[in-house]
Design a protein around this ligand. Structure first.
Ligand SMILES: *Cc1c(COP(=O)(O)O)cnc(C)c1O
Length: 390
């Protein structure tokens, strides 16, 4: 067994990021300034987005998106239970009502048919989450959105670098929020990017910075104007140049980091897909998976232990794991406010009961990957049903 504990998700940060941060610190611009603008430009080029607004988180991006689209009290927003709380909390923040619908059994992404059935006169938007880095069925969701005149907002926290029909997630005109949280595929420690049409982002930029008509750095830069106006009570959600410095170097490192993720996924699939105890993640042929997470699902009845004990056995073998996600409707706030029962979304609930996320990070060595595989297969041979029955 390995000596040290393998973290579930270690960021890959090198000397280049360190040097760029030092450059930012020495430059005199600490908050949003030239490096933030450069990061927006380079992100825009890398992922063919019409425009880009760097923020301090993806949560901020989703909140700003709802505000910029004037979604509020009396409105309903359809989303998935299989997501992190942030995707749904923001709907509560603006005073609108989240309406959850169940997920597809294989990708665990929101079901377009279920979205359509949930539409009412109050529905204003859909928040679609590209779960684990596998894009949602964008064509189906786009046509529902246009038929019913709804806004489609993409939570692309897992989907930097993902593609749908050969086009990068974020290349559309609709608002799309990316996360650069420490565990995400591309990190700035904390951070996010909102993409979409220039027109939508012009409004979002104002909402994201106090509702001010002009940004601080251009006000104080040489030749800049001192005057500004508050056109609405906005938020304080900007990125800093220190974060953008990390992001600029992460962008350069990104293709290699994604290659390494894919290699690790192939090694996992090769090791686990031959065993009936496991359900390995799928990738539909018309998408490129960003592989934010490797979600292994245990097949009911194939092991004598459940998911919780499987995780304990992994921990005992010094392998960090996690669960993505405890479905939204099972959290006490949402359960109590909307009187949800676990089986209201049976596919999400069943998947949750049997899932765990294995370590997946470009910082992992081949030995780390081999250790994870060995631990999983060892638990299978110890607790496999046949052996337990013998
Ligand atoms: C991480 C995550 C977020 C929030 O991202 P932050 O940058 O931490 O705000 C939102 N949605 C999903 C699905 C996430 O995994």
């Amino acid at each position: 067994m390995r000596e040290n504990f393998l973290s579930f998700s270690l960021p890959l940060v090198g000397q280049e990021e360190i040097d760029e941060v030092i450059d930012a610190l020495k430059s005199g611009w600490l908050t949003a300034g030239p490096k933030t603008r450069q990061f927006e430009q380079e992100f825009r080029t890398a992922f063919q987005t019409p425009s880009a607004l760097a923020l301090n988180s993806c949560t901020a991006g989703l909140h700003v998106a709802l505000k910029a689209l004037n979604i509020g009290p009396g409105d309903e927003v359809i989303t998935t239970p299989m997501t992190f709380a942030a995707s749904v909390n923001v709907i509560e923040h603006v005073g609108a009502k989240p309406v959850l619908v169940d997920v597809e059994p294989d990708t665990l992404n929101i079901q377009p048919d279920a979205v359509q059935r949930a539409i009412t006169h109050a529905t204003k938007a859909i928040i679609a989450v590209h779960y684990a880095g596998h894009p949602v069925e964008l064509n189906a969701l786009r046509s529902i959105a246009s038929e019913y005149q709804l806004h489609l907002i993409e939570d692309a926290a897992h989907a930097v670098g993902a593609e749908f029909e050969g086009k990068p997630i974020g290349c559309g005109d609709n608002l799309t929020a990316f996360s650069f949280y420490a565990t995400k595929n591309l990190t700035t420690g904390e951070g996010g990017m909102l993409t979409g049409s220039q027109e939508l982002l012009d409004h979002a930029r104002i909402v994201s910075l106090h509702g001010m008509s002009r940004e601080a750095w251009s006000r104080y830069a040489a030749g800049g104007k001192w005057a500004y106006d508050i056109v609405e009570p906005g938020f304080k959600y900007n990125m800093t140049d220190i974060q953008a410095a990390i992001g600029l170097q992460q962008l350069r490192r990104f293709p290699k980091m994604q290659d390494r993720r894919r290699q690790i996924v192939e090694m996992y699939n090769e090791a686990f897909s031959r065993h009936s105890a496991f359900l390995t993640p799928v990738t539909r042929s018309h998408v490129t998976n960003a592989w934010h997470l490797y979600v292994l699902r245990l097949r009911a009845g194939e092991l004598s232990i459940g998911r919780d004990q499987f995780i304990q056995e992994m921990t005992a073998r010094k392998i960090g794991t996690s669960v993505h996600f405890i479905p939204i409707h099972m959290h006490s706030f949402y359960r109590d406010k909307y009187s949800y029962h676990p089986d209201d979304f049976p596919i999400a609930n069943a998947a949750y009961q049997n899932m765990l996320s294995l370590p997946l990070s470009p910082s992992m060595s081949d030995q780390d990957v081999a250790d994870v595989i060995e631990a999983v297969l060892d638990i299978r041979s110890q607790f496999g049903r046949r052996r337990a029955a013998a």
